[in-house]
Design a protein around this ligand. Structure first.
Ligand SMILES: Nc1nc2c(ncn2[C@@H]2O[C@H](COP(=O)(O)OP(=O)(O)OP(=O)(O)O)[C@@H](O)[C@H]2O)c(=O)[nH]1
Length: 911
């Protein structure tokens, strides 16, 4: 053996020793590479490991190969053409590449090896004893080269030693991993055990269930819960026989027999048991018992007790509820059935009876049996199960077929039994509504008929509930001007004329409706546009004792009748008014005629005035007024001659203060204003009523004015009243004018036209009257006959006119000289007579002398010339001493005058 061979064998020995010693794998494989490289010049070795899982390369030794090259191999995947090593490992055979640059196996790695000058690479797979590829051993040369047999053997040997080292290392790694896992497992188990012990302790101490250890039916140890459960203080139960919590010896023994027989058989024992607390009360518990060691019962048993009183109560309640539910299920007046997958699971008797099936006959049958057709069955399935699938209930009415073929309608309510578990099926509750539907159909028909009746009725009809319109017919809508359906839902207020009427009729109607009567009245209804319509309304409650059902109102348009009635009433009123007016006019005419008659009878204006003042207020009740006459002085002045009523009227006014006088026509003011009132009326500064100024005309000339101020209210007779006032004014004018005329004529008949004194005829009448009065009163009467001395001379000297002037001057003197009761007359020619009632002779003589003096004092002129001295002679005769008749007295006075003339004139002589 050569030294090289010896060295090689020694090297192998050290290598195996390293392996046996457990040296690090890299060190061992580096040493192996160096040992092999030492056997040939220019040889470079490498060892690659194969990751069994990913089939990827991991370089582990190559002490003389370039480090960059070795790093580049890291992670490369093996395959059928991956250089020498990758291919060797892939095919599990030695791969000899003589020229890396030429061999196709190196195509992917050629660029990697070339820079380092590597040309040949022989690689052998490293295979474990159990035929697993562990890696590869490679030999490189920087020249093109093929191995000889020795080199092939060396390659195989190196791969074998590397396999031993790798396997050894892998076993070691595995052992260490196993040990590590074992240790971790032990640590984990220890922790778990400790945790379990802690938990057990915690459970024992804090458990909500009672836990206790029993040996020979004596409590060895128990947790607090058992003590609490049985009402004992801490530690009090330890050492106590289990008999303490049994209500009787019998119960204790029976429990013991049952429980320990099972525990002895190695099985657990579970039972619900009633146990007794320290205070004697009993509770239900579930007891679980097991032997501590089934192989050795002497070690005792562990018991867990759970208070199930609440559960028992719940069970009782549940039982009761189930019984109730059963009772409901069996007796409820509804069909109940439980369906799953459209198959009847069970149903109550009610449901079977509804469809005419015998008890239990429907159970397990498809619900199709009671549908009239497949189509109906499918349709119902779609309609009903869609909402149920969405978690809603199905509520609807369906038509089903009874066993005898009769079809009936059912109201059904279906819902899933357990929403959490829809597959649990559905429960259906059904009511037979066939009769109701028939009734509804009949009702609907009736309603349609009723509606037709309503719609074609010629009277308005409304159904009202709590004063809200629920239905009306077309006629009522037409009558009140609403569109179809517009009245429905409105308050009946809509047709009342006021809130007060709404309330009042509501109050009046209610008791009538309650008594079952009909409330009727004619009333004005308000139409939609606000206009009104007279209707005859009849209202009645649907049912007297059920006001909540409302009532029916029947309304008939009576506007035509109302108009006719109104027209009749108006005509009647007009007629009555006309009659009243005629009557009043007649009465007024009668009054006026009466007044006229009076006025005609009036001898004087004063009498006429009194009559007018009396009749005017009767003709115009409540009126006031006055009669004015033109002042006879020639001034345009009106003077009041009479008045009536309470009006502050002026007594005089100028003619131009009156519009009637200015315009010579009546002036009427029905609504006087200060602007339009006459000044003589407005002078009072007061509120003036309807008034009229009526001129009094005679022969086309105004001689007076009648002013009438009426009562404020005229009763619609302003025109008639005015006509009456005009007529009154005419009557007044006529009468006063007549009286005036008569007066004038009379004056003319009794007055001397030249002197204005009474004439001889008047004197003859008067002396007779005065004599009668004097005789009646026993008074005296003096008659003085006055004659102008030598009157003829005046005529002759100054002319007849001058004579007249003298006569007028004396007449004026006589007129002014006499008293109220005296009468001065022209007896004829230049002779005058004075009648002086009640005078004595002396007084009469004195008056006669005074008269003569005054005559002598007269100094009339004519044409600027004085007419010379005037004197007269007077003859006096007195009643009764000189005569008792007018003739006797006149004669006596005349005789005395004669004597006075004869005695020289200008003197007085008594008869
Ligand atoms: N101017 C005028 N003369 C009248 C009127 N009436 C009568 N006479 C006149 O009066 C006169 C009266 O005259 P006599 O009767 O003679 O008396 P006498 O002249 O007055 O004289 P004595 O009486 O004796 O003093 C007559 O001449 C009449 O013509 C009259 O109305 N006017």
């Amino acid at each position: 053996m050569t030294p090289a061979a010896i060295s090689f064998y020694e090297g192998q020995g050290r290598l195996l020793e390293m392996i046996a010693r457990g040296a690090a794998l890299k060190d061992t494989l580096d040493r192996l590479s160096l040992l092999i490289e030492a056997q040939s010049e220019g040889l470079y070795c490498s060892v690659l490991l194969l990751d069994a899982e990913s089939r990827r390369i991991h370089p582990v030794a190559g002490p003389r190969l370039p480090a960059a090259y070795m790093r580049a191999l890291e992670g490369a995947a093996i395959g059928p053409d991956v250089g020498s090593c990758g291919t060797a490992m892939h095919f599990r055979r030695t791969v000899i590449v003589a020229d890396i640059l030429e061999d196709p196996l190196w195509a992917p790695y050629r660029a990697l090896a070339a820079p380092h000058g590597l040309r040949a690479c022989w690689s052998a797979p490293i295979v474990s004893k159990d035929d697993v590829v562990l890696g590869s051993f490679a030999m490189y040369y920087k020249e093109v080269r093929r191995p000889n047999d020795d080199e092939t053997g060396l390659l195989a040997m190196a791969a074998n030693i590397a396999g031993i080292a790798i396997e050894r290392q892998r076993r070691e790694d595995e052992l260490q991993r196993y040990q590590g896992r074992l240790e971790a497992l032990v640590a984990q188990r220890t922790d778990e055990l400790q945790q379990a012990m802690l938990e057990q302790r915690a459970i024992f101490d804090n458990a909500t269930t009672a836990i206790f250890l029993v040996k020979d039916r004596v409590i060895q140890r128990c947790n607090r819960r058992l003590e609490e459960l049985l009402g004992y203080s801490p530690g009090e139960l330890n050492g106590q026989p289990t008999r303490v919590y049994f209500p009787s010896d019998a119960a204790w023994e029976a429990f013991g027999e049952a429980a320990y027989a099972r525990i002895a058989a190695g099985a657990g024992f579970v039972a619900d048991t009633e146990i007794q607390r320290k205070d004697g009360s009993c509770i239900w518990t579930t007891a679980f018992g097991t032997a501590v060691d089934p192989t050795d019962l002497r070690k005792g048993s562990v018991w867990v007790g759970v208070d199930i009183s609440e559960r028992k109560r719940t069970e009782e309640a549940l039982k009761a509820a189930l019984m109730e539910q059963r009772a409901i299920f069996d007796n409820v007046n509804a069909g109940i059935h439980v369906v799953r997958d459209r198959v009847t699971q069970r149903c109550n008797r009610g449901f079977e009876a509804m469809l005419g099936y015998a008890p239990g006959e429907l159970d397990g049958r498809s619900t199709r049996v009671y549908f009239p057709s497949d189509a109906a069955y499918d349709d119902f399935g779609r309609r009903a199960y869609a909402p149920i699938a969405d978690g809603h209930a199905y509520i609807g009415e369906i038509e089903l077929v009874c066993k005898n073929g009769e079809r009936r309608w059912f109201a059904s309510h279906g819902s899933v039994i357990d929403p959490q578990h829809p597959a649990s099926g559905t429960i259906w509750i059904s009511h037979d509504v066939t009769e109701r539907r028939r009734a509804e159909a009949a009702l609907q028909e009736l309603l349609l008929e009723q509606q037709a009746l309503l719609d074609h009725s010629a009277i308005g009809i409304a159904f009202v509930v709590e004063r809200v319109i629920v239905r009306v017919n077309g006629e009522l809508e037409r009558m009140l001007g609403y569109d179809a359906g517009e009245m429905k839902g409105r308050s009946t207020r809509c047709w009342y004329t006021s809130e007060e009427e709404y309330e009042a009729i509501g109050a009046a109607l209610a008791p009538v409706a309650r008594a079952g009567g009909v409330y009727s009245r004619d009333m004005e209804l308000v139409r939609r546009d606000g206009s009104r319509l007279w209707c005859s309304v009849h209202a009645k409650g649907i049912q007297a004792d059920r006001p909540e059902l409302g009532g029916v109102c029947v309304m008939q348009d009576i506007s035509g009748r109302k108009q006719a009635e109104a027209a009749l009433v108006a005509a009647n009123e007009r007629l009555e008014r006309g009659l009243a007016e005629v009557e009043q006019t007649r009465a007024e005419i009668s009054q006026l005629a009466e007044l006229s008659s009076f006025l005609q009878a009036c001898a004087t204006a004063a009498e006429a005035h009194a009559a007018i003042a009396d009749y005017a207020p009767r003709l115009f009740p409540g009126s006031g007024g006055a009669l004015y006459l033109q002042d006879d002085s020639g001034v345009e002045l009106m003077n009041e001659v009479l008045r009536w009523g309470e009006r502050p009227l002026v007594a005089h006014f100028m003619n131009d203060e009156c519009w009637a006088l200015r315009r010579t026509q009546p002036y009427r003011l029905d609504q006087p204003s200060s602007a339009r009132c006459c000044a003589h009326v407005a002078a009072g500064h007061r509120s003036v009523g309807p008034c009229a100024c009526l001129p009094l005309l005679a022969q086309g000339k105004i001689f007076g004015l009648l002013y009438v101020e009426h009562a404020a209210v005229d009763g619609g007779r302003a025109d008639a009243r005015h006509r009456l006032a005009v007529a009154l004014a005419e009557q007044c004018a006529l009468a006063l004018a007549n009286i005036g005329l008569r007066e004038t004529l009379r004056q003319q008949s009794i007055r001397d036209p030249l002197t204005g004194l009474y004439n001889r005829r008047f004197m003859a009448e008067t002396i007779r009257r005065e004599l009668a009065r004097a005789a009646r009163q026993g008074a005296g009467l003096a008659v003085a006959m006055v004659d102008v001395d030598h009157f003829k001379r005046f005529n002759d000297t100054y002319g007849h006119e001058a004579g007249d002037l003298v006569l007028q001057a004396i007449a004026q003197l006589l007129e002014g000289h006499v008293r109220q009761s005296d009468v001065a007359c022209r007896h004829g020619g230049e002779e005058f007579v004075l009648l002086l009632p009640g005078l004595s002779q002396a007084r009469a003589e004195q008056r006669a002398l005074e008269l003569l003096r005054e005559i002598r004092a007269l100094a009339p002129t004519h044409g600027g010339r004085p007419l010379g001295p005037i004197s007269a002679s007077i003859g006096l005769a007195l009643f009764p001493q000189h005569g008792r008749t007018p003739e006797a007295l006149i004669e006596a006075a005349d005789a005395a005058l004669f004597r006075a003339k004869a005695a020289g004139r200008d003197r007085v002589l008594v008869a």
